[in-house]
Design a protein around this ligand. Sequence first.
Ligand code: NDP
Ligand code: GDR
Length: 372
Amino acid sequence: MQKKIALITGVTGQDGAYLSEFLLKKGYEVHGVKRRASLFNTDRIDHLYQDPHVEDRNFFLHYGDLTDSTNLTRIIQEVQPDEIYNLAAMSHVHVSFEMAEYTANADGIGTLRVLEAVRLLGLEKKTRIYQASTSELYGKVQEVPQTETTPFYPRSPYAVAKMYAYWITVNYREAYGMYACNGILFNHESPIRGETFVTRKITRATSKIALGLQDKVFLGNLDAKRDWGHAKDYVRMMWMILQADEAEDWVIATGKTTSVRDFVRMCFSHIGVELEFKGEGVNEKGYIKACNNPKYNIEIGKEVIAIDEKYYRPTEVDLLIGDATKAKEKLGWIPEYNLQDLVDDMMSSDIKLMKKEQFLQEGGYRIKNYFE
Ligand code: NDP
Ligand code: GDR
């Protein structure tokens, strides 16, 4: 049997890395598009790297960018993929308010560039396309839980750009008969989640506080509620979506929602620490109420959580909770991780990482102290 060929844009990101691992295990030849950067940006996929001189390689990287259509067309022509996973995006909702035009270009028009390249190259009948759509499309709450038929009301330049990407994917499917699908994925996290998304920011900070490397962490809206799953479960689903008989759009979610405040509580509880929150709005603070773990010497009453308004968004998405019944019934998707498993996985990994940082600091090296 001939190997299937997959092309992943955004291969250096959280999902790109897990999806590459997953597809390589399935016997695929995997090609990834990575951006040129002044420093190495392949940390998450270094373990998959193969020397270009090795025979029988199955993992290849190409320089590219979603804002460059000639480059994308050339890569797709060279690779002739059976499946394209379009994961590349400026994916930070808050940053999109500061880089609205770039976000529209990369996340919105970038998707059009991929679809159009496949059409121009005459690959409409060969290449299946997965578009990384998002629960951010639901934005201002219209209905809970959110399903494939819930109306969209995007609340950020990121979500508006992704809304264009969603509809252009549907349009190319209907207009040209292409196998193109949207996975409307709710938040999914992991130990390799970008450090500025709230879950990873919290697991890193909790680990540093436990080890005495940081005093407290500043956060934004603690009332926001998200439906958090594990990225490993979600990349498996991306693949399942492209194996279905019909090209369709799918919601992927756990069906449970949790506030940012409760996520913080769960992370501290992982290290045996109980928190108490006092005050409201920008004056709310989180204090250590009890420490039941002799490994960590954390002072009772210490203030560890504070609010900085700069993390508030001009328009917020208050509540996300998804209903993945369609994916469960038609594709047989069963997630392996619940929220507690996710917290445990992220916390164990960050505690290990911060112990390394502690070791470096004790050896006289300066550690990275950037918490944005
Ligand atoms: P990450 O931010 O971890 O990864 C984004 C990837 O896109 C990185 O490889 C990044 O490269 C690359 N990228 C950014 N801009 C460009 C560009 N202009 N051209 C080429 N590549 C670019 O995101 P995730 O892995 O978490 O998410 C994957 C996709 O799924 C994204 O499209 C995101 O919007 C979407 N999504 C994510 C969800 C989540 O909860 N994680 C939920 C729903 C949707 P570099 O490493 O160089 O920065
Ligand atoms: P989100 O993820 O915007 O849902 O987008 P993020 O983790 O950034 O925010 C989740 C919620 O937490 C609140 N929050 C904070 N957020 C950050 N980043 N930093 C803070 O200090 C902080 N304090 C509170 C936010 O206001 C928000 O309500 C993610 C991305 O992966 C998108 O690409 C993806 O499409 C969606 O998930 C689904």
